[in-house]
Design a protein around this ligand. Structure first.
Ligand code: GDP
Length: 456
């Protein structure tokens, strides 16, 4: 989307979930929002209305007949969510009422909003920074109390002020280095080498501490990721179905998952879990990959727990391969022996192995308890922390910042020129700037806001 062109439009969308409900709220925003609604509304002149006032009236069709009886709340720029003139129309719930009102607005020249467009406008109008805008999406999708709390803190600007603090100290160093370059003839020292080194080291340490919270942060936000691994036909899909079956009422679909794996979310002992069935992963002739897996697989890389599944007690060697794969990626491994209904003499000497039958549901309670126990010990936050990083984009920016600061420190240590050090400091400051959106591109914005729902 080209923001420069589209930001002039007045946009509208349903802000409440579609379907049957008592009320539905339609959000309208843009310079002409109040005029556009006023043109289809009877019940007081909205054009004269003060900000933050509510008006009872009717939305009319072009023939003057009532489409719906509504309440219109008027918000004048800049005191609105988007920072633009806005109207929130509360109409009757149920698809016919809100659709008719929306169609009337579209006919009156209002455009349908794209996903996240209201929040994108709020960001572009300086109502919030980028990490706060992302927190809005997280808040909407939060599935647990912890995830809700984390996004509320981010929305309040905790991450923003942490990042801004470090960034401004780097910009200060950068300014001093540039001054030294300007006055290179005069032999004036604006920033001592010692001060520069300590500022870089301090910034790097703070960023490392923040990054250390990322695993916990991701678990808080997305749930504990459990990857089901094993040879084809050991029963991975059956196990996923059986696990979900026990919790059917609280299973939610995750949109946007790809075709080569299946991901399902569920709550277990009050904590969100994501189960990934890798059954669709490609198989090759390599010994490890004969198990239907690849260590480089995207899905495996950020697993918190691996369920290493075998269906034959004699397969302990295969299980060892799965265990070492899990260890390689820093995940915990739970060994699972499936199809216990078929084993007349299950030679299970491995006390760490949970015996189940995915087909008959035997042993599932033991497995779920084991999962909850193992999960209880992962994702703990460090004893002290300033912020929790929950978002993979933020973590990547922080990592980039740390790497650039490392290079800056080496350059300073090696007595390289101010220019060389300044380049690295600029890169670190820019990486941090991307988190809050002071340094950004349309691509970054499109990536973020396309994940929002329409109406937000
Ligand atoms: P995947 O390829 O690892 O996902 O394996 P599937 O879940 O597709 O299962 C492969 C076959 O094993 C299917 O025919 C299942 O019905 C069967 N199966 C799965 N679990 C069990 C079990 O506990 N007992 C028995 N007897 N068969 C099972």
């Amino acid at each position: 989307m080209n923001t420069a062109i589209h930001q002039e439009d007045t946009i509208a969308a349903l802000a409440t979930p579609p379907g049957v409900s008592g009320l539905a709220v339609i959000r309208v925003s843009g310079a002409d929002a109040i005029d556009c609604v006023a043109a289809v509304f009877r019940g007081g002149d909205l054009r004269q209305a003060s900000s933050h006032t509510m008006h009872h009236g009717h939305v009319l069709n072009p023939q003057g007949h009532t489409i719906d009886e509504v309440l219109a709340a008027v918000f004048r720029a800049p005191r609105s969510y988007t920072g633009e003139n806005s109207v929130e129309i509360s109409c009757h719930g149920g698809a016919t009422a809100y659709r008719a009102v929306l169609d009337r607005l579209y006919a009156a020249g209002v455009r349908h909003a794209e996903p996240g467009e209201f929040t994108r406008r709020a960001f572009l109008n300086g109502k919030m920074d980028l990490s706060q805008a992302e927190a809005v999406a997280d808040l909407i999708h939060a599935q647990s109390e912890d995830a809700h709390q984390a996004s509320v803190r981010q929305l309040e600007g905790r991450l923003s002020s942490f990042v801004e603090g470090i960034r401004s100290s780097l910009l200060h160093c950068l300014g001093m280095l540039e001054l030294s370059l300007d006055f290179v003839e005069e032999d004036v020292e604006f920033l001592t080498a010692e001060r520069l080194r300590s500022d870089i080291a301090q910034a790097e340490a703070k960023l490392r501490d923040a990054l250390a919270t990322f695993r916990s942060g991701r678990i808080i936000r997305e749930g504990v990721k459990v990857v089901l691994l094993g040879k084809p036909n050991v029963g991975k899909s059956s196990l996923l179905n059986a696990v979900l079956g026990t919790q059917r009422a609280i299973v939610t679909d995750v949109p946007g998952t790809t075709r080569d794996y299946i991901e399902e979310q569920m709550m277990l002992h009050g904590r969100p879990f994501r189960f990934v069935d890798t059954a669709g992963l490609r198989e090759t002739h390599d010994r490890v990959e004969q198990l239907g897996i690849s260590a480089s697989t995207e899905q495996l890389r950020d697993a918190d727990i691996v369920c290493g599944i075998i269906d034959d007690p004699a397969e302990s060697e295969g299980l060892e391969v799965l265990r070492s794969l899990a260890a390689d990626i820093g995940a915990r491994c739970i060994g699972v022996l499936n199809k216990c209904d078929l084993h007349t003499h299950p030679l299970v000497t491995d006390t760490d192995l949970v015996s189940i039958s995915a087909l008959h549901g035997t042993g599932l309670d033991v497995l779920l308890q084991r999962l909850a126990d193992v999960a209880a010990n992962i994702g703990m936050l460090p004893a002290s922390y300033e912020v929790v990083v929950t978002n993979v984009r933020h973590a990547a920016c922080i990592e980039r910042g740390i790497t650039a600061l490392g290079r800056a420190a080496s350059a300073a240590e090696a007595g390289r020129t101010e220019e060389c050090i300044a380049v690295e400091l600029r890169e670190a400051a820019d990486a941090l700037g991307e988190i809050i959106g002071v340094v950004t591109t349309d691509d970054i914005l499109n990536g973020i806001f396309s994940r929002f729902c329409i109406g937000k």
